[in-house]
Design a protein around this ligand. Structure first.
Ligand code: COA
Length: 493
């Protein structure tokens, strides 16, 4: 496994606004995976030159290809020093004063020497990767790169070793009391448009599906798409929005949407979306949905591949999800295996009237002082550090703790995670959670491998609503998690 941070040398440490810089490899990889073009600087006969080119990140290298006559490729192939940058512009920052106008951006700067690639498999992977980075799913519809391309092209591998990322995601920061005009940020989005064919293009453009990271201003559109894909109706819609907002608080960069065309004439629109949360070695993929009119066109696969790539960028090796009947065959075909069943129990009436549960004196609302103990218990129960996710949920003030050791979080329409070693502790936490108000009758998830929860849930009048396949890809097979009586939710594991 590679280092989690890039080399922090004098060259690679930002000089100004250091707090915006990071050597974190996951951040660097995530930015590199989102860009379409990089700029490479090199020195030619004493003159600095910077040239743009397409690229792809594969593992710990950025790959570029170009003509041998190109001075930049020549310089890199012969071992010259290079500097490679990628910049994503996220917003225009409109301040009160001219001097404070700025951009919100994410950028990466790498320093190093390129290596000329000669290995056939690596050459093929670079060609494929650059096409797929341009438009996912495109490579299989083109002539594969062959010997002639390898001979006519220089392929360079540039190391992701020494460098840094820099991120600005702020409102304007200037001080004058009065403004003369609007002050704030204007999001900037990269968007594909209808395709234009060359005159002799033999085929019409197949339905275009391009993938983008979902930004804050697109969350409502994403909610609408997922609400429709899952068929949850208007109330479900609200719940999806709450949930997406909460999970984005934990990891805003992990959500992707697919812009696709209904037909060749129509403009691309948001047709699908889904998210990923990473907990160190583990990534959880969730809320993947494609609008009914766009299903069975390969969009689900493209989205899953992007989420998997995102997980890889952040160093996660074990991918987990809970699959619906619609999703399971797709995930199986992508190498996921079923390791357990997740059972969704639902409480039809509002909980407090449904079972008349009385709260145990051994259960109380969690306070800030319980945070460390909750995080430690969850780490033990889940097998990974979920601090960011739990922090995003704990702010809601609906966490309960048990004096015997155990906790439970009541979300908007879910109860979970519920962590307890004994049945009576789980039962008391569950009863206390069920007694809280919910925006709709809550669901509680549990796993087939969990020893006592199904019985307990049935005894409390909850009914088994549906079963999902708990699936894993990559990493060592995860053992059952007996302390984890109820997972977090369908979207976060
Ligand atoms: C599950 C879901 C995300 C799959 O999305 P999708 O875009 O339809 O998926 P894909 O098109 O990539 O693949 C689905 C199937 O269509 C097939 N397919 C792909 N392109 C195709 C095409 N052009 N023509 C016909 N079939 C095609 C795939 O081979 C795949 O078949 P398989 O299931 O036998 O492997 C989507 O059905 C959905 O949103 N369902 C409702 C919400 C849901 O259940 N989400 C999953 C939660 S886990």
């Amino acid at each position: 496994m590679h280092n989690q941070t890039l080399l922090a040398t004098e060259l690679s440490t930002p000089v100004r606004r250091k707090q915006r810089g990071t050597h974190d490899r996951a951040t660097v990889n995530t930015i590199l995976d989102e860009g379409l073009v990089c700029h490479v600087g090199f020195v030619h006969e004493g003159m600095p030159i910077v040239l743009p080119t397409a690229y792809v990140r594969i593992g710990d290298h950025v790959y570029l290809h170009g003509a041998p006559a190109n001075r930049m490729f020549n310089a890199l192939a012969s071992g010259a020093d290079g500097c490679l940058t990628v910049t994503l512009v996220d917003a225009l920052v409109l301040a009160k004063t001219a001097g404070h106008h700025s951009l919100n951006y994410r950028s990466v700067t790498l320093f190093g020497k390129g290596r000329r690639v000669t290995d056939r498999a690596e050459l093929a992977a670079a060609f494929r990767g650059i096409v797929e980075a341009t438009l996912p799913g495109r490579y299989q519809r083109t002539h594969a790169a062959a010997e002639i391309d390898f001979m006519a092209t220089l392929v360079i591998a540039f190391p992701i070793e020494e460098g840094a990322a820099k991120v600005r995601d702020l409102q304007p920061t200037d001080e004058p009391e009065t403004a003369v005009d609007f002050v704030g940020v204007v999001p900037v989005t990269q968007q594909v448009e209808r395709a234009t064919a060359v005159p002799d293009s033999p085929m019409p453009m197949p339905h275009l599906s391009a993938i983008f990271r979902v930004r804050d201003h697109e969350v409502d559109a994403l909610r609408a798409v997922l609400g429709q894909a899952f068929g949850w109706g208007p109330r479900g819609d609200l719940i999806v929005r709450d949930r997406i907002s909460r999970y984005r608080r934990a990891e805003p960069s992990g959500w992707f949407g697919v812009h696709a065309q209904r037909d060749a004439q129509s403009a691309p629109e948001l047709a699908a979306g889904g998210g990923c949360l990473t907990f160190g070695e583990i990534a959880y993929l969730g809320l993947v949905g494609v609008l009914p009119a766009f299903q069975r066109r390969g969009i689900g696969r493209i989205l899953m591949e992007r989420l998997m790539r995102y997980a890889d960028a952040r160093g996660a090796e074990t991918l987990l999800l809970d699959a619906s009947a619609a999703g399971a065959p797709l995930y199986l075909s992508m190498g996921f295996m079923t390791t357990d069943e997740t059972w969704v129990f639902s409480s039809e009436a509002t909980a407090s009237t449904a079972n008349g549960a009385s709260s145990s004196p051994r259960v109380r609302a969690a306070t800030a002082a319980d945070r460390e103990a909750i995080l430690a218990l969850d780490r033990q129960a889940y097998g990974a550090d979920r601090t960011r996710l739990l922090d995003a949920c704990l702010t809601d003030g609906r966490a309960l703790v048990h004096e015997q050791g155990g906790f439970c979080i009541a979300q908007d329409a879910y109860i979970g995670p519920l962590v307890a070693a004994q049945k009576d502790v789980a039962a008391e936490l569950l009863d206390a959670a069920l007694a809280l108000p919910f925006s709709r009758p809550p669901e509680v998830l549990t796993r087939a491998s969990q020893p006592f929860m199904p019985q307990l849930l049935a005894a409390r009048g909850l009914r088994h609503a549906r079963s999902l396949k708990h699936m894993q890809k990559g990493g060592a097979l995860r053992p059952p998690r007996p302390l984890l009586c109820s997972p977090q939710s369908l979207a976060t594991g």
